[in-house]
Design a binder for this molecule. Structure first.
Ligand code: NAP
Length: 353
């Protein structure tokens, strides 16, 4: 195995992103060395570069989603072996302000937080999950008292599947990567109806994932609110706002029923106020390494291979960009300018020239 590899570096705060050679890392205790076969692009990747947030140590290899094959294991790793297929999150340390990202041909990752990927899922599809699938699931199913969560019983536990039959769910931004996973978990949990907002061309696709109705997200807010209420037949027990702009939050909060749960993916703006029985607001936190996410994360990671094998959970659709790691900069530009719709942009780092 060559000792060098290519990786995409962010050289300085808000600096440029450049592909260059660097040493291949060595797995430490509890870590996997992974040959990264696919890496997916997320909004947080361009935000780290454009706004200079989350990371303070440079040069840094960014990237939140990776999938590939284990090529070496560190001391103490027993759950994985060479040749296993995994997907994994880039590791952000919120205290040290460092990142060990996935935009590289090889990287190390803690075995504890890796996802085992069954044979029916390609590396491209697997790479769509690490960041956004836990963002959907942990805030719904975390039982940790100190964590923001709806505290539903997870559908992968014995009594959880279909448990919320008859409860209404609304997913704002159903065609986003997070939204597609929320729809599927809501279906597994038994919610009905499950109404999603999205551009109309995604209607059939979102219904195939479990949405019972899809409402055009481009309608004026007032009309959208009326339409969703008419179809839903009343306020919602669960509203998951996978977009969380000021506009979507206002709509989502208004449509959350008394004693209902409203989930946001970005900090909540000023919402509601004195409007009767309490609505609970929760901020999703998709990083599996965060304190409080350990138990729900372990349950999710244990259940995921079966959920994928059975087709109960389907990874996002993908668009593979050309040029390996060199495809990331133009891809992030497209994400930033909102030119990505209902699909996940993916690069194949081994194709980098
Ligand atoms: N808190 C956390 O831990 C965490 C983790 C991951 C992501 N996030 C955040 O979650 C958000 C979604 O991330 P993502 O990767 O899922 O995004 P994404 O897939 O890039 O989102 C693109 C989609 O957003 C939809 N969209 C845009 N504006 C909309 C609106 N007003 N109403 C309904 N749909 C709208 C578009 O729908 P159409 O094409 O159908 O028009 C498009 O399909 C981002 O803000 C991200 O930063 C948070």
């Amino acid at each position: 195995m060559p000792s060098q590899q290519k990786a995409l570096f962010l050289d300085s705060r808000q600096g440029s992103l450049t592909v260059r050679e660097t040493d291949k890392p060595t797995p430490g205790p509890g870590e996997l060395l992974v040959k990264v076969e696919a890496a997916a692009l997320n909004p947080i990747d361009w935000m780290i570069q454009a706004f200079g947030v989350f990371v303070e140590k440079y040069p840094a290899i960014i990237g939140s989603d990776g999938a590939g094959t284990v090529v070496a294991v560190g001391e103490g790793v027993t759950a994985y072996a060479v040749s296993d297929r995994v997907a994994f999150q880039g590791t952000i340390d919120p205290v040290q302000k460092t990142i060990k990202g996935t935009f590289a041909q090889y990287t190390t990752t803690p075995a504890k937080f890796a996802m085992k990927i069954p044979a029916n899922v390609s590396p491209e599809s697997a790479a769509t999950m690490p960041c956004t699938l836990p963002t959907a699931a942990t805030v719904l199913y975390n039982q940790d008292e100190s964590s923001p969560s709806v505290k539903l019983t997870a559908p992968w536990s014995e009594s959880g599947k279909g448990k919320y039959a008859g409860k209404r769910a609304l997913v704002l931004g159903g065609s986003s990567s997070v939204g597609q996973y929320v729809i599927q978990f809501a279906r597994l949990s038994g919610f009905s109806p499950i109404i999603a907002t999205a551009s109309p061309q995604h209607s059939d696709f979102l219904k195939s994932l479990g949405a019972t109705h899809v409402v055009d997200r481009n309608l004026p807010s007032e009309t959208l609110q009326e339409e969703v209420t008419r179809i839903g037949g009343g306020p919602f027990d669960l509203v998951y706002d996978a977009i969380s702009t000021a506009d979507t939050q206002a709509v989502g909060y208004a449509l959350t029923g008394p004693n209902g749960d409203f989930v946001v993916v970005s900090p909540a703006v000023a919402l509601g106020g004195d409007d009767g029985p309490q609505k609970r607001v929760h901020m999703a936190r998709g990083l599996l390494t965060l304190p409080g996410n350990d138990v729900v994360g372990a349950g999710l990671l244990a259940a995921l291979p079966t959920l994928l094998e059975s087709g109960d959970i389907k990874p996002n659709r993908t668009e593979v960009l050309s040029g390996g790691l060199n495809g990331i900069v133009p891809g992030l530009e497209r994400l930033k300018s909102k030119q990505v719709s209902g699909t996940k942009l993916v690069v194949l780092p081994q194709e980098t020239v």
